[in-house]
Write a new protein. Structure first.
Length: 468
């Protein structure tokens, strides 16, 4: 709904909010129709409360973002930054009476520099769009979340997201060199650098990565790029037990191999993918391990890893012969979460990360939890870095099953901490894991982090109720 100054509603609490916003924004950037604003209320997380926004704003420039934050500061109104809302922790959920600040219209790739190997982008750029653009220059942007065709770079930065290639190339945080950030009071701050090296002052750039919009609004990012690697080849190994598959993972990493991808799907996930897409995956398997190499001789690397899988008890090892076969295997892995959603209609997706050496204990523990609560829990994992995605499948219309789903979710997080892991490897804290963050970092850690939050956002208006 396009609002004019005359049509703008007035509210006893917020005063002339829309009028003030329209003083620095075009009418089409300010949405007030309740049916429209309601569609911006939440991301994809289950069991996370969402409020009713007062207004949704879609700026296109840095100056417009600054205007929104100055208005919010003047009126003491909460601001909830959003990207594509593909997150899984409730970090983008609206709070009652807030300004939802959607950054999807700020979607320009400003610069791609092959010499400096950097890209400068706005936060609304889609991950896959950037990846394809830099590929044309013989470069790559490695972070590849499963939602890469939809998720934005700003959202990736906000949650420090990962992806399938993290085992070799690392997560988003390792590619953010510098940021332009609009602070809570509307001031613009630049952090970091464009250079390959730089250690001037505190590393504020890294502080903003993973802060879920609670410290400032990222409006521009300088990202590191890599040379585009050769086409990867994938191997699939079938195991009669999840513990044998996890043993293979340990052997591969201990052997010094550097796969570009090392993913695991348990029997529940394999069956779900087959049911959804009829891909013909081996349903007799208890665990399917996918390994990939993008080296100059990937076939040799796959042969070496295949031998390690067989030594760990693999019942079948099938290396792909070409890129097409490799992509088919990867498509099965990318369909995992969608397939598990179809099992019962609703899922709670965890992302507990444990040391690789405890991966087998994690999967065994999850199986016990599923049996205890009489639930279907499928696991797909970035096995190479210990990041598991236990996915609890349940009927949201069944109160008892919903209760058991939530309780099982909490037990999975507790198990991860017991095994020396962390409650989130790449999805973030948001609303879903606030209580568990406090357990992981302890009282002193909470105190220090709240102090940092207060320094950047003294009024507490940036994404309130998230993280801490």
């Amino acid at each position: 709904m396009i609002m004019s100054r005359i049509e703008a509603p007035r509210d006893d609490v917020t005063g002339n909010l829309v009028d003030l916003l329209l003083a620095g924004l075009p009418g089409e950037a300010v949405l007030t129709d309740p049916d429209v604003t309601a569609s911006y209320a939440n991301d994809r997380a289950s069991f996370c409360e969402a409020g009713t926004p007062a207004v949704v704003v879609l700026p296109r420039t840095v100056e417009q973002v600054q205007h929104v934050m100055r208005t919010a500061t003047a009126l003491r109104l909460p601001v909830v930054p959003q990207g594509a809302r593909t997150g899984l922790s409730g970090a983008a959920n609206a709070s009652d009476g807030c300004i939802v600040l959607s950054l999807v219209k700020m979607d320009r790739i400003i610069e791609i520099n092959p010499v400096d190997r950097i890209a400068v982008v706005e936060p609304g750029v889609i991950n896959a769009t950037l990846s394809r653009a830099v590929n044309e220059h013989g470069l790559s942007y490695p972070p590849d979340p499963s939602s890469w065709e939809m998720c934005t770079i700003g959202g990736n930065i906000g949650t420090a997201s990962g992806g399938l290639c993290c085992v070799k190339y690392g997560v988003t945080a390792e590619y953010v060199l510098g940021l332009d950030v609009v602070l809570a009071d509307g001031r613009l701050m630049s952090t970091g650098r464009r250079t390959a090296k730089g250690v001037a002052g505190y590393d504020l750039t890294r502080l903003f990565v993973g802060s879920e919009g609670s410290l400032g609004i990222v409006v521009r990012a300088v990202l590191a790029l890599k040379p585009q690697p050769p086409q990867q080849l994938v191997l699939a190994a079938e195991f009669a037990s999840a513990s044998a598959a996890c043993d293979a993972v340990c052997r591969i990493m201990e052997g010094g191999h550097v796969p570009s991808l090392l993913e695991l799907m348990d029997r529940t996930t394999v069956k779900a993918v087959n049911s959804l897409a009829r891909m013909g995956l081996p349903e007799t398997t208890e665990a399917l391990l996918l390994a990939a190499f993008d080296t100059h001789d990937p076939a040799a690397d796959l042969a070496a890893v295949g031998a390690l899988c067989e030594a760990a008890g693999a019942t079948q090892v099938v290396p792909a012969e070409d890129a097409a076969e490799s992509e088919l295997l990867l498509q099965a892995r990318r369909l995992s979460l969608t397939a598990l959603e179809a099992v019962k209609g609703t899922t709670m997706i965890d992302d507990v990360c444990v040391p690789r050496s405890r991966l087998g204990d994690m999967l065994a523990g999850i199986e016990n939890i599923a049996e205890k609560y009489a639930l279907t829990i499928g696991v797909c994992a970035h096995a190479g870095d210990g990041n598991t995605h236990p996915t609890v499948c349940f009927d949201a219309d069944d109160p008892d099953e919903s209760r058991r789903a939530r309780e099982s979710f909490d037990e999975i997080m507790a198990l991860g901490l017991e095994l020396g892991g962390t409650i989130t490897g790449e999805h973030g804290v948001g609303v879903l894991k606030k209580e568990w963050l406090a357990r992981e970092i302890g009282a002193v850690g909470v105190e220090i982090q709240r102090g940092i939050k207060a320094a950047f956002d003294p009024l507490g208006i940036l994404n309130p109720g998230k993280v801490l």
